[in-house]
Ligand binder design. Structure first.
Ligand code: C2O
Ligand code: CU
Length: 455
């Protein structure tokens, strides 16, 4: 039969209809052992675990409202899963092994498919033995682009990690060290950006860049200083600030993200830097050698990003207020806590690798910390009764810290310093069971883990 115009249109639209099915296919995301040149070239590559066998794993980039579809293939010698950190995701796709799904055994697969409601900087990592799997290199960036992204000369993702190396740049095999677990966690002796110990990017004076900083370390709080830039924070943990804030330094706790707009002010021949102070002085984290002059004039502060569709807080004055007391750890003075339905002395708990508690309770209980009705505004009043900072992360939601000036910016991970109290509020609008835990992964593994239920 001859193909006339009408038939052709019918055939073409049939093809168009067929397309979403094809687009619904899953791209492989293979968790596997590999090698990475994390240390300087005079060292052999470090054996790691990574997505695609590399550090970092492949960057996932999608436009706001779009869909991520990945088939996790587990080629590790351990069970694993993938958590999409900071995405307000459907509960079944949250990737929490033993809670929202069964752990994926070696040789098996799991299909993750979900929509991304919010633009911003997110990331993914395992949620099974996370303290070991992330330290070995399993993580990657998940970037959700705004439909109309801000005008910049470049958009760079910097996944900042620290590694605990032996003298030969292999990973120091102290996984499970109770000393680390009871103190500040596994703190490394080598810092990389995107798996590179000497990360550099050439720039020109006057260029405007968007830098997306992500802390993928197990437990290190990065105190970063910016040199050779004029810089504004435009988003925290993916969520835009209502007003960009000019800064020269920033704190990046484990799992946190900061989006910056920076204008290069260093002159040609100089180098702009991101630096971390240490006992000896300042340590280079990332270097931006300046090769030329793009623009002379100072530019205006960047405009704010469009807010994401996060529901506004209800009346916080009348909202339910739930206390969460953090206890335990070295120098914490915790005498005893509940575990598996019985009171145990801190000494006996330590024998089982448990060192920290929330509200006198070690690890997850059978019943949630909070049962929220969908749409309810909840306040959690956190008290850090320990000698250590904690990076508190809530799954499936973003929250605001309540302060004297009212609710602060949206975040999904909040650093609570020792002896500090911090109150957060959020709208429990995402149905399902959601973890609330310390993102210092050794603390989470040794007790600092609870959950909420939204129904
Ligand atoms: Cu980034 Cu429960 O995790
Ligand atoms: Cu902690």
């Amino acid at each position: 039969m001859p193909m006339n115009r009408r038939h052709f249109i019918a055939a073409a639209s049939a093809m168009a209809l067929a397309r979403p099915a094809a687009a619904g296919r899953y791209t492989d995301l293979i968790a596997a052992p590999g090698q990475a040149q994390l240390a300087p070239p005079e060292y052999d590559p470090t054996p790691i675990w990574g997505y695609g066998g590399a550090v970092p794993g492949p960057e996932i980039r999608v436009t706001q409202g779009g869909r991520v579809a990945r088939r996790l293939i587990n080629r590790l010698p351990q069970d694993t899963s993938v958590h999409w950190h900071g995405i307000r995701i459907a509960n079944a796709m949250d990737g929490v092994a033993g809670m929202t799904q069964a752990a994926v055994p070696p040789g098996s697969t799991f299909d993750y498919g979900f929509e991304v409601p919010d633009a911003g900087t997110y990331w993914y990592h395992p949620h099974n033995k996370t303290w070991e799997q992330m330290a070995r290199g399993l993580y990657g960036a998940l970037i959700v682009e705004e439909p109309e992204p801000p005008q910049v000369d470049a958009d760079e993702v910097l996944l900042i990690d620290d590694w605990l190396f032996d003298a030969d740049a292999t990973l120091f095999d102290s996984f499970g060290s109770l000393r680390d677990w009871s103190h500040g966690g596994r703190i490394g002796n080598w810092v990389t950006v995107n798996g590179d110990g000497d990360w550099q990017r050439g720039v020109e004076q006057g260029q405007r860049l968007r830098l997306r900083l992500v802390n993928t370390a197990n437990a290190r709080v990065f105190e970063l200083q910016l040199r050779g830039f004029r810089a504004w924070e435009i988003a925290l943990d993916g969520q835009p600030l209502s007003k960009p804030r000019e800064i020269t330094a920033l704190t990046l706790a484990p799992a946190q993200r900061v989006d910056l707009i920076v204008d290069v002010t260093a002159a040609p021949g100089e180098t702009a830097h991101i630096l971390e102070p240490d006992a000896q002085g300042l340590l280079g984290v990332a270097a931006f050698p300046v090769a030329g002059l793009a623009r002379e004039a100072n530019r205006d502060a960047p405009p704010p990003l469009t807010p994401n569709p996060v529901p506004p807080l209800g009346d916080v004055e009348t909202a339910r207020r739930v206390p969460l007391r953090m206890e335990g750890g070295a120098m914490g003075g915790m005498a005893e806590a509940m575990s598996g339905g019985q009171v145990m002395s801190a000494r006996d708990l330590a024998q089982t690798g448990k060192l920290w508690a929330f509200n006198g309770q070690v690890d997850m209980q059978d019943s949630p910390l909070i049962e929220a009705a969908r749409g309810e505004t909840i306040r959690i009043a956190m008290t850090n009764d320990t000698a250590w900072p904690h990076a508190m992360h809530l799954h499936g939601h973003h929250f605001r810290r309540l302060g004297p000036e009212g609710p602060g910016p949206l975040r999904d991970t909040l650093l609570v310093h020792r002896s500090e109290t911090a109150e957060i509020a959020f709208v429990a609008d995402n149905p399902g069971d959601w973890l609330l835990h310390c993102h210092m992964l050794e603390h989470a593994a040794s007790g600092m883990m609870t959950w909420i239920r939204v129904s």
